[in-house]
Design a protein around this ligand. Structure first.
Ligand code: ADP
Ligand SMILES: N[C@@H](CCOP(=O)(O)O)C(=O)O
Length: 307
């Protein structure tokens, strides 16, 4: 049994357009690193955080909250120290809190010899995610822990479905350097949906999932539209409409807000188109005075891993 492990905990894109709170996929170029160390002293401690200013208090840091929930149930005869090397900016819309919440439980589970399966890890990680976003959703956690595309069939009981990734699918992302708290972006959404919007949305989710299963790029293209969250949230993201129109014109299959934003993602068939889409995103945002970063990423099939 090892006493310390280093892990990579990936960034993720939640919602995938139409799948609010249920669909997500895993990115391969962006993520946090964490070190989990076994100690003889009992309890959970966060001993180092680099990259961003986040709380060391285990009850206020999502990594500590999820680790503590798992620790209190498993009652191991040891303790754990957590070091977080944060690369994913909190409030960026690519699952920053989720990477930390998933990372601590994954690391502890590995040191203890893997007593829990991936769904059980997601269950404990949800405790941390709920603290950050004020809602127990698992659409970032599931792809971070399982890799690839996932669908959260239900949270109570937790049931996660792993979806296939068409071979040639690439993601392009732009991260404008403004912060949108997930809890605030959720508070913008209405409690009730118009029946006509609900019908469009569930038809889109069903056909997007079918498109992933059959590698039907045309169907994926027709299915990513979000009529539930995007109309309300896009107002928080400068240049959203302009960027989306330009990206679709450049050949992307779809473009939508990543999670609760401000990041925006596009899916493309082929790396070449994904790179063109990246140039277009750069071009649109270079008109603004907002600093931004762009990335092209394969869909990461492995998810969180030991380094
Ligand atoms: N380890 C952590 N990583 C990221 N955010 C954390 C962490 N611990 C607590 N937080 C808090 O969670 C909030 C960010 O979460 P959220 O708004 O869901 O953004 P994101 O989409 O980046 O996950 C911030 O208020 C941040 O202070
Ligand atoms: N389904 C959630 C996803 C939030 O993702 P994040 O990366 O912004 O934390 C939502 O849309 O609120």
């Amino acid at each position: 049994m090892s006493t310390a492990i280093k892990i990579f905990s990936p960034a993720t894109v939640a919602n995938v357009g139409c799948g609010f709170d249920v669909l997500g996929f895993c990115l391969d170029t962006i993520g946090d690193e964490m070190l989990i160390r076994k100690t003889t002293a009992k309890g959970i401690k966060i001993t180092k955080i680099e990259g961003f200013d986040l709380p060391y208090d285990v009850k206020e840091n999502v990594a500590g909250i999820s680790a503590l929930a798992m620790y209190e149930d498993l009652k191991p005869n040891c303790g754990f120290e957590i070091e977080i090397y944060k690369k994913i900016k909190p409030g960026s819309g690519i699952g920053s809190s989720s990477a930390s919440a998933a990372g601590s439980v994954f690391g502890i589970n590995a040191i203890l010899g893997f007593p829990l399966n991936k769904t059980e890890l997601t269950f404990y990680a949800m405790k941390g995610e709920a603290f950050a976003s004020k809602s127990e959703h698992a659409d970032n956690l599931a792809p971070a822990i399982f890799g690839g595309f996932t669908l959260v069939k239900s949270t109570h009981p937790l049931r996660i479905l792993e979806l296939p990734t068409p071979k040639n699918l690439y993601a392009t992302l732009i991260h404008p350097q403004i912060e949108i708290k997930t809890s605030e972006a959720r508070a913008l959404l209405p409690d009730k949906l118009k029946l006509s919007s609900a019908i469009r949305q569930w038809a889109n989710i069903g056909s997007l999932v079918h498109g992933l299963h059959t590698s039907d790029y045309e169907l994926i293209k027709e299915s990513m539209t979000d009529v539930v969250a995007e109309p309300y949230r896009k107002e928080l993201i400068p240049y959203f409409d302009k960027l989306k129109a330009a990206v679709l014109k450049a050949g992307a299959l779809g473009c939508a807000i990543s999670g609760s934003g401000p990041s925006i993602f596009a899916l493309s068939k082929g790396k070449k188109t994904a790179k063109i889409v990246e140039q277009v995103m750069n071009h649109v945002y270079s008109e603004s005075d907002i600093p931004f970063e762009t990335y092209v990423s394969k869909i990461n099939q492995e998810g969180i891993k030991i380094l």
